[in-house]
Design a protein around this ligand. Structure first.
Ligand code: ZN
Length: 272
C-alpha cells in the first residue's frame, strides 16, 4: 500500500470547512480517510453523512471524541455516560469503526478519584460499544491537560487500563503531540503492539513555544517531534492503519483552506 492510501485528515484540521466541503476537498486531494468530529456532524443525519463519505471514496476512520467521564456530581457523570452511549450509536450509523476517547478531568475531583471515574465510565460504556460493533480508543493526553481535559496522561496508563478490561473493542490512540516526550514511549508502543491495542495514530508537531494549549499545534516538520521515528515504532508494533492529521491551529484556520490542505499533503510526504 502506498502512503497516500493511508493518509487521513480530521475535520477539525480544516475547521472552517463544513462536512460536505471537507469530504469533497479531501477526496479531490487524494486523501483516503476522514475522522469526523462530532461538531462537524451537527445538523447532519449520521447515516446520510456516512453514505456521503463512502460515495466520495473516503473511509470514515473514527468519530472524535467521546469520554469526559470525571465530574464532581454523580448526576453529571451519568449524563456523560448517556452522551457516550449516544455517540456510540452515532458512530455505528456513520459507519465509523472507532471512537476516540478524551478521558476527561475535573479540577474539583482529586486526580486519583478522577482516574477511578474514568475506569468506571469505560466499564459502563464498553459493553454498549461491543454490542454496536464500535471500538473505543483511549487517547493519553499530554500532562499539561491533566487538570481539565484528561487524567490519562501516558501511554503506559492507557495500556494498563486496556489490559485490565481485556476487550478487543478497547485500545489506544497514539497521538504524537501528547506522547512524544515520554522516555517510555518506545517500550509502551511495543507493549501496546503485543497486546493488539493500537487503534489509531495521529500526527502534528510540537512547535516552540506553544502559544495556546489547545489551538496552536504545529504542522509536521515545523516542530521538535521525530515523527518518522515514532511512526516506525508504531508500525513495527504491527499497526497498519491510517496516519491521521489532527492539527488545531488558529494560525492555519485563518489561511485559505485549499492552500492549507496542500501544505498538509506536502508535510505528510516529507516529514512523516
Ligand atoms: Zn489525537
Amino acid at each position: 500500500m502506498n502512503d497516500a492510501a493511508r493518509f487521513a485528515v480530521h475535520t477539525a484540521t480544516t475547521k472552517p470547512w463544513d462536512l460536505e466541503t471537507a469530504v469533497r476537498k479531501y477526496a479531490e486531494a487524494g486523501v483516503a480517510g476522514i475522522s469526523v468530529w462530532k461538531e462537524a456532524l451537527e445538523g447532519h443525519d449520521a447515516a446520510k453523512a456516512g453514505a456521503m463519505i463512502r460515495s466520495a471514496g473516503l473511509s470514515a476512520v473514527s468519530l472524535v471524541r467521546g469520554g469526559f467521564f470525571p465530574a464532581a456530581l454523580a448526576a453529571v457523570r451519568r449524563e456523560r455516560i448517556r452522551d457516550n452511549e449516544r455517540l456510540i450509536r452515532v458512530a455505528s450509523a456513520l459507519g465509523a469503526p472507532l471512537i476516540v476517547l478524551v478521558c476527561g478531568a475535573d479540577p474539583k475531583v482529586r486526580i486519583a478519584d478522577a482516574r477511578a471515574q474514568v475506569e468506571a465510565g469505560i466499564e459502563v460504556i464498553l459493553p454498549f460499544a461491543e454490542a454496536e460493533g464500535v471500538s473505543l480508543a483511549i487517547e493519553p493526553l499530554h500532562p499539561m491537560y491533566a487538570g481539565d481535559r484528561s487524567v490519562i496522561n501516558t501511554l503506559a496508563e492507557a495500556n494498563d487500563l486496556c489490559e485490565r478490561f481485556g476487550s478487543p473493542s478497547l485500545g489506544v490512540a497514539v497521538d504524537v503531540f501528547h506522547v512524544w516526550w515520554d522516555p517510555a514511549l518506545e517500550a509502551q508502543i511495543a507493549r501496546a503492539g503485543r497486546l493488539g491495542l493500537i487503534k489509531a495514530f495521529h500526527v502534528c508537531d510540537w512547535k516552540t513555544p506553544v502559544l495556546d494549549m489547545l489551538e496552536d499545534r504545529g504542522l509536521m516538520g515545523e516542530g521538535c517531534i521525530d515523527i518518522p521515528l515514532i511512526r516506525g515504532w508504531v508500525e513495527a508494533a504491527g499497526f497498519n492503519g491510517f496516519v491521521e492529521v489532527e492539527i488545531f491551529s488558529r494560525r492555519f484556520w485563518a489561511m485559505d483552506q485549499d492552500a492549507w490542505l496542500r501544505m498538509i499533503l506536502g508535510a505528510l510526504r516529507e516529514h512523516v
